[in-house]
Design a binder for this molecule. Structure first.
Ligand code: BGC
Length: 724
């Protein structure tokens, strides 16, 4: 029935209407991020509606609003020849009106179920605001912290990345795609966008097929297995062929091997950029190369509308290929119920009711505090006391309202944002206990700023320094040369440290940073990323011990910027540095190539002790299951949560294997004195990799296995994988 309806439509469509469906254009009818440049939007609304009326557009993106959305849809359904409804998409990455932590921060929770809940809440708000489709989650693996878009990802690890990719897809889409609050998900950017050389945005990707497969493609598979119906291609080339015109990637692998039958959308003007890449001679050539490679939808260039009809007429593009792409898009519209109810997710009453849901504030606060990583806490300086302790809150982020949300937040309700100062004040017993001094601007000194900060620190029992990167340092096109704090902030930290006041550093950041001097040496350091709407309350919960921090690093913090790309699961060197043996070893002249804080590291206010892991057998049969049981005890004085991490290492293989790889993790809550067995099940699927010949399989032999609180701790046990 549905299929008949789609085939009947395709049979009636002109070439121009078919090509038009495949176009994705900026939604200038509705305000793109309401406070930004409304004049420009109004000026172009008429043209966009005219395109809709003429059946020359299938999808509009980055506008918002139910009432105006209804008007767009009315024009599509009532005034265009075939009445095909448009899809309404947007970049809703980590929250809509309620802003949740940046995806990298949320990944630090090591709680995919939390990401699923925040994605669900985001979908509820986004669909109420007149959207069907989000260009998220970004599932790029970010192994180089200079790259700015790691903030949108889940960090450097594949297992963690896959778990969060799948959870976010499930959360956005919900159980029933036809429900009015289901939001289509789009894993992006396909593929290997995070592997750009030197972390330089839009640069080349030159990569072994094995690493491409095992590292960069894995989260896409996880996202598709979780039900994603669309993918967005990446800007970069892969081994010389742009991803957006890469027939091997988009057709042989995706449609062939993976049997994906959903829709592939280009990134913004990625088809046009084939010309700049020098991969296509002109617009028509770029259109042919992208489309024939398997790119269904073209975003913003207008190339498909302009050139596909001519390419079909000349025989260069077979009509059947065009029909196949149109069919995929119409099926997507059908799958979310648009043909039966073109006005789904366009209900102004629901939009008004959903404008502020207190339950989402509560979730945002919980997600935010669960994302804070406590790196260091010497002398148990934290938690601070709510009374009887004078606090100097110093730094450019103390009162800041403009750097709470992080990159890619187009529609956040700024009136609800809780600053750090507001959160700390709300937690304190008396206002007189807090003195707040900016000390410097984000990137520059302030007149008298350091003097005021030093004086405040002298008057206080503890100085809390709110430092970090301005939020525009991460996100698209924000590659950094050095992943350090701005010099003015470092100078502020040095001056405050020189007072001798005990120092707590609260970092705001969209990537791993290299910490130096007084910041590195502070007694306590917490990574707070960009936490969104509830920032102040969430940080105060951790600062004053209402919540014991439970997040762990999803990216390694190096000692120095020059170590990038740095990731914990690197292949073994033939000359690793060993204790006491540094000459002619794999190290830098100046420092060892170790992290300052490893992947998986993070502290809380409880203490946990691990017993040695017990295995059900020292020999894992080819089709068997290794049951790994580890007793973990809370030996501290307060309740807390621990992220129990299982790593493996393959001792001898046909390719050099990583020193360790995360294969499983579990977050458990333990009361003081409580102990629990944490059980993991490992089979040969966990041990598989792309071998020297490219075949994906496990290789029999001996493996080391750790159950540990980070990627750099624990004592291994070993087991053997027996041959088939
Ligand atoms: C970004 C994508 C985004 C698209 C649409 C591009 O510049 O790379 O991640 O979805 O714009 O806004």
């Amino acid at each position: 029935m549905a299929a008949d309806r789609i085939e009947a439509l395709i049979a009636r469509m002109t070439l121009e209407e078919k090509a038009g469906q495949l176009g994705v254009f900026a939604d200038m009818v509705r305000p793109f991020a309401p406070d930004v440049n409304p004049d420009a939007n109004v000026r172009n609304a008429g043209q966009v509606l005219e395109q809709v009326r003429a059946g020359r557009v299938g999808t509009l993106f980055n506008g918002v609003g139910a009432a105006a959305g209804r008007e767009i849809q009315r024009v599509a359904v009532e005034e265009s020849r075939l009445g095909i409804p448009v899809l309404l998409a947007a970049d809703v990455i980590h929250g809509m009106r309620t802003v949740f932590p940046i995806p990298l921060g949320e990944a630090a929770s090591f709680e995919p179920a939390l990401a699923e809940r925040s994605a669900r809440a985001t979908a509820i708000e986004a669909t109420a605001a007149g959207l069907h489709w989000t260009f998220a989650p970004a599932v790029d693996i970010a192994r180089d912290q200079r790259w700015g878009r790691g903030a949108e990802s889940s960090g450097e690890d594949v297992t963690l990345g896959c778990a969060f990719a799948a959870a976010r897809v499930r959360g956005f889409q919900g159980d029933d795609l036809r429900a009015h609050d289901a939001l289509l998900a789009t894993p992006k950017h396909f593929a290997a966008y995070g592997a750009v050389a030197a972390g330089l945005e839009y640069a080349q990707v030159d990569l072994s097929p094995q690493t491409l497969h095992d590292v960069h493609l894995a989260p896409f598979r996880a996202a598709l297995a979780a039900g994603a119906r669309t993918l967005m291609t990446a800007f970069n080339d892969i081994n010389g062929v742009p991803a957006s015109a890469n027939r091997w990637l988009l057709t042989d692998l995706l449609r062939g091997q993976w049997a994906f039958d959903g829709v592939v959308v280009s990134d913004y003007t990625a088809d046009m950029e084939l010309i700049a890449h020098g991969y296509a001679a002109d617009e028509r050539d770029a259109t042919a190369k992208a489309f024939l490679a398997g790119l269904d939808l073209s975003m913003q260039s207008g190339f498909y509308g302009a050139h596909l009809p001519g390419l079909v007429e000349s025989g260069q593009v077979p009509m059947a290929v065009l029909d196949a792409s149109v069919r995929r898009l119409l099926r997507l519209k059908e799958a979310i119920g648009l043909f039966d109810d073109p006005y789904r997710s366009l209900d102004p009453a629901r939009e008004a009711d959903t404008a502020h849901l207190p339950a989402h504030d509560a979730l945002a606060r919980d997600a935010a505090r669960r994302s804070i990583v406590l790196l260091k806490n010497e002398g148990a300086l934290l938690p601070l006391r709510r009374g009887g302790q004078k606090i100097a809150l110093i730094g450019p982020f103390a009162q800041d309202r403009d750097n709470l949300e992080g990159c890619w937040t187009l529609f956040g309700d700024k009136t609800r944002y809780v600053t750090l100062e507001a959160g700390v004040r709300a937690a304190l017993e008396a206002a007189a206990l807090l003195e707040v001094v900016p000390g410097c601007a984000l990137e520059a000194p302030l007149d008298g700023g350091i003097e005021a900060a030093v004086a405040a620190a002298r008057r206080a029992d503890v100085a809390v320094l709110a430092l970090g990167e301005p939020q525009r340092y991460s996100g698209e096109a924000q590659s950094r040369l050095e992943i350090v704090l701005p010099a003015a902030q470092q100078a502020l930290a040095e001056a405050v440290a020189a007072t001798g006041a005990p120092l707590v550093v609260l970092l705001r950041n969209g990537r791993a940073l290299a910490l130096h001097g007084a910041v590195r040496d502070a007694a306590a350091i917490a990574v707070t990323w960009y936490l969104g709407t509830q920032t102040g309350h969430a940080v105060a919960d951790v600062l004053f011990g209402a919540y014991s921090p439970s997040a762990r690093l999803p990216v390694s913090f190096p000692q120095h910027s020059g170590q990038q790309p740095f990731f914990y699961n690197r292949p073994r060197s033939g000359r690793p540095e060993l204790p006491g043996m540094a000459e002619f070893k794999s190290r830098w002249r100046e420092i060892s190539d170790a992290p300052l804080y490893p992947f998986g590291h993070g502290l809380g206010y409880a203490r946990f002790a691990y017993a040695a892991p017990r295995l059900n057998t020292p020999q894992l049969a080819w089709d068997g299951t290794l049951v790994v049981t580890t007793r973990v005890a809370n030996t501290g004085a307060v309740a807390g949560e621990e992220v129990v991490q299982l790593y493996v290492h393959d001792r001898v293989a046909s390719r050099v294997r990583p020193v360790r790889e995360l294969k499983a993790f579990a977050k458990i809550a333990l009361a003081p004195g409580e102990a629990r067995d944490v059980v993991f099940h490992i089979d040969r699927g966990h041990l598989a990799f792309s071998g020297a010949d490219g075949a994906y399989r496990a290789e029999p032999g001996v493996f080391d296995l750790w159950v540990a609180p980070s990627s750099a701790t624990g004592e291994p046990v070993d087991f053997e994988l027996l041959p088939a």
